[in-house]
Design a binder for this molecule. Structure first.
Ligand code: NAP
Length: 326
């Protein structure tokens, strides 16, 4: 029987490549520069499966792939896919939840600690040879332990963040989500708040919700105005959940103390971004899940999902289950 054709637009480890080669024909697109995109367009007409991350796969591209059965995203976020369009075409979309939850929560805590204790700013000062006397109040940060942790989007990553805050740092946890989560409230003594209350009360305001039509621009001028001058804003979800111009204004005006940002409206972040002029911003290049262990686990999960779909089995992490024939 003819092997099915899979197009990868993400490099995989040799072990995963071997697994794929045993079952399918593979075309690897090395990078998504203009030459890579041209290669992708050439490969799509034959593709039964796609595997990769971050690429905006819209109808323009997917209309080139009449045989496409499944897309395996190496991510938990699926905001770069038109799910209605995929469902209409009966293309199975899978993602990689769970395996990245703990690592992404670690990233959130790295940003919490880095912003509160001014780690990057002060490490840069030392590196620049400017540590010439004992530091004083001008370099002091603020405590993390015991402060109120506010989590917007109490899903898998939100819960892992709550666990760290509650057990590791003795932080009272408040959260906002679509609906209250009694199990989370019990485990971490967490309390549900309206969005307005959370923004007014939290010392650390952490975004851990997905980018959807409903969450795009959720945090803007009005929401920053509700925060306190000592609040620290952390975004490990998606850049477009925040109005970045409003964030920059809030930081400049001292409406909030600092921001720890892993995601941005446009990625990669432009070197000209005003965010990079501000000492109280810690910006990381979308590294939420970027550890060797977790990226390998995500790739493995995506390969499992794709091979299952192409073999006519239900992928474990199916995003659009209505497509599944049952
Ligand atoms: P999840 O388990 O689905 O959790 C998301 C939570 O957000 C859900 O509990 C949901 O609440 C809540 N939510 C959705 N829309 C909301 C709204 N309009 N208002 C209030 N709450 C809302 O997802 P996850 O695995 O934790 O991942 C969350 C997101 O993190 C992903 O979608 C991805 O964009 C981002 N992420 C980023 C990185 C990174 O590298 N920085 C890495 C991994 C993930 P209900 O349960 O009440 O519906």
């Amino acid at each position: 029987m003819m092997k099915k054709q899979v197009v990868l637009y993400k490099k995989l480890s040799p072990a995963l490549m071997t697994r794929l080669h045993e079952r399918v024909e593979v075309t690897l697109i090395d990078s998504l520069d203009s030459a890579g995109l041209a290669q992708l367009r050439d490969a799509l007409p034959h593709a039964h499966g796609l595997l990769g991350a971050s690429l905006k796969l819209d109808a323009d591209l997917l209309d080139l792939a009449p045989n496409l059965e499944a897309i395996a995203s190496v991510s938990v976020g699926v905001d770069n896919y038109d799910i209605d369009y995929l469902t209409e075409r009966r293309i199975l979309l899978s993602n990689t939840p769970d395996v990245l939850t703990e690592t992404t929560a670690d990233t959130g805590f790295a940003l919490i600690l880095a912003t509160a204790r001014r780690v990057v700013e002060l490490a840069n000062m030392v590196r620049a040879g400017q540590w010439n006397r004992n530091i004083g109040p001008a370099q002091f940060g603020s405590d993390v332990h015991g402060k109120t942790l506010g989590i917007i989007g109490m899903g898998r990553i939100g819960e892992a963040l709550a666990q760290r805050g509650h057990f590791g740092f003795g932080m009272p946890v408040i959260y906002h989500s679509h609906s209250p989560k009694p199990a989370v409230e019990q485990r971490f003594s967490a309390q549900y708040r309206s969005l307005t209350e959370l923004l007014q009360q939290a010392d650390f305001i952490c975004l851990t919700l997905p980018l959807t039509a409903e969450t795009e621009g959720l945090i803007g001028v009005e929401q920053f105005a509700l925060m306190r001058p000592e609040s620290i804003f952390i975004n490990i979800s998606r850049g477009k959940v925040v109005d970045e111009a409003a964030l920059i204004e809030a930081l400049r005006a001292g409406q909030i103390r600092a921001a720890g940002l892993d995601v941005f409206e446009r990625e990669p972040l432009s070197p000209d971004s005003p965010l990079l002029q501000l000492n109280n911003v810690v910006a990381t290049p979308h590294i939420g899940s970027a550890t060797h262990e977790t990226r390998e686990a995500m790739a493995q999960c995506a390969v499992d999902n794709l091979l299952a779909a192409l073999a006519g089995e239900r992928p474990v992490n199916l995003v659009n289950p209505v497509v599944w024939k049952g």
